[in-house]
Design a protein around this ligand. Structure first.
Ligand SMILES: Nc1ncnc2c1ncn2[C@@H]1O[C@H](COP(=O)(O)OP(=O)(O)O)[C@@H](O)[C@H]1O
Ligand SMILES: [Mg+2]
Length: 339
C-alpha cells in the first residue's frame, strides 16, 4: 500500500499528519502537475487523497478529472465518483436525490427561458432561487412574486450571474457573531484569507448562465440542520438563520442542542444509498414536521461541527464525544470497502 496525498490545505494537512504519525507509506503529490498520472504510476500508488475545495476555481475545474481517471486505473481515491461528481452542483444533486427517492425539497430546473417564464406565471410564491454552485448562502435568494422571478430568469438566460461573493459579503452578520472585542479581532485576522478567496473566485469562476434552479420555499424555519455522516458515524447541529432572513448557511450561528433521531436516521440511510464515505446534509423542516434536504456535499467546514459533543456510532448508538471528520475520512478510507 502506498498513499499519495495532495500537498494542499484543509483536510490534506490532517491526513499528512496521520500517515506520518502512523508510519503509513506515503508520498506528497502536486495534483496540478502535468505528470501527475506518471508520478502515481511510477511510485506504485494504491490510494490517492485530495480534499479539493469549492472555493478554488482550479480545483472545481480539474480535480475530479484526476481523481476519476486514477480511480479508473484501479487506484482507490478519496473523494471517489459517488461522493463527488455532484459536489458544488445543486442541479446535479437534484437528479441524484430524486433517483434515490430522498426527501428533497421540491426542486425545479429549466434550461429554456420561455419554459421558465411560463412556469413562473402559474406557481405559488415565494420561491427560492439558487445558483447551482456556492456556499454560505451567497447564491441563494428569495423571489417574492412573479415579477421578481421574471427578472431573475431573464438575467440568468441573457446576462448571467457571478457566483462569487462580494468582498464585504455578510459583514453585518460576521461582526454580530464575533460579539466581543476579542471576537472581532479574531474575525479580522481571518479577513485576508477571505479576501484572497473572493479575489480568486471572482477571477476564476465564470458567470452562471443558461439555466434556472428553484426550490419551493419551506417557511418558518428558524434554523437549518447540518447533519454529517462520516465513516458510518452521524452527528449534527442546528445553524440559526440570520436576523430578518431565512438563510442559515454561512452565518456562523450554531446551536448544539440534541438533534432529533429521525433526522439522524434519514441522513444515515441516505448516506448509505449514496455510497458516500463522508457527506454533509442541509435539512429544513416543513409544516408537517418532515425534514427535507436542500443540498449535500462530500466536503464541509469543521469549525462549528467539530464541537458537537454527541454522535451516533456505527451501530447507531448514541455516544458522547466529538468527531474529527478528516481523521474519520482517512481511517475509513484505508480500512473499509468504499471505493
Ligand atoms: N427551499 C428552502 N426553503 C427554506 N429555506 C431554505 C431553502 N433552501 C435553503 N434554505 C436556507 O438557505 C440556506 C442556504 O441554502 P443552501 O442550499 O444550503 O445553500 P449554500 O450552498 O449557500 O449553503 C440554508 O442554510 C437554509 O437555511
Ligand atoms: Mg448549505
Amino acid at each position: 500500500m502506498k498513499i499519495a496525498i495532495h500537498d494542499g490545505n484543509g483536510w490534506n494537512k490532517r491526513w499528512i499528519q496521520y500517515v506520518k504519525d502512523n508510519n503509513i507509506p506515503y508520498i506528497l503529490v502536486d495534483c496540478y502537475s502535468n505528470d501527475i498520472i506518471s508520478i502515481l504510476k511510477n511510485n506504485y500508488v494504491t490510494h490517492l487523497m485530495w480534499h479539493f475545495s469549492h472555493n478554488l476555481p482550479t480545483d472545481i475545474f480539474m480535480a475530479r478529472n484526476i481523481l476519476f481517471s486514477a480511480q479508473q486505473s484501479g487506484i482507490k481515491v478519496y473523494p471517489d465518483i459517488n461522493s463527488s461528481w455532484h459536489f458544488d452542483d445543486k442541479v446535479s444533486q437534484k437528479y441524484l436525490l430524486e433517483c434515490i427517492e430522498a426527501p428533497l425539497v421540491p426542486s425545479h430546473v429549466f434550461y429554456d427561458e420561455n419554459k421558465a417564464l411560463e412556469w413562473a406565471k402559474i406557481v405559488d410564491y415565494p420561491k427560492v432561487a439558487k445558483l447551482r454552485r456556492g456556499a454560505g448562502s451567497y447564491n441563494v435568494k428569495l423571489l417574492k412574486n412573479n415579477k421578481e422571478a421574471n427578472k431573475y430568469i431573464k438575467e440568468m438566460f441573457r446576462i448571467g450571474i457571478k457566483p462569487s461573493p462580494g468582498y464585504l459579503a455578510d459583514v453585518k452578520t460576521k461582526m454580530k457573531v464575533a460579539g466581543s472585542i476579542s471576537g472581532v479581532v479574531k474575525r479580522l485576522k481571518k479577513a485576508p484569507k477571505f479576501f484572497k478567496m473572493v479575489y480568486q473566485s471572482k477571477k476564476g469562476f465564470p458567470k452562471e448562465k443558461g439555466y434556472v434552479y428553484f426550490q419551493d420555499f419551506i417557511p418558518d424555519n428558524t434554523c437549518d440542520y447540518r447533519i454529517i455522516v462520516v465513516n458510518s458515524k452521524v452527528y449534527g447541529m442546528k445553524r440559526m438563520v440570520r436576523e430578518g432572513d431565512f438563510r442559515a448557511s454561512g452565518a456562523g450561528l450554531f446551536d448544539y442542542s440534541e438533534i432529533d433521531e429521525n433526522i439522524i436516521n434519514i441522513a444515515r440511510n441516505m448516506a448509505n444509498k449514496l455510497n458516500m464515505l463522508s457527506v454533509a446534509f442541509d435539512f429544513v423542516i416543513d409544516n408537517n414536521n418532515e425534514p427535507l434536504i436542500v443540498e449535500i456535499s462530500y466536503g464541509f467546514g469543521t469549525e462549528g461541527s467539530s464541537k458537537v459533543k454527541l454522535y451516533w456510532n456505527e451501530h447507531n448508538e448514541k455516544t458522547l464525544g466529538t468527531i474529527d471528520a478528516p481523521y474519520e475520512v482517512i481511517t475509513g478510507f484505508l480500512t473499509n470497502d468504499f471505493l
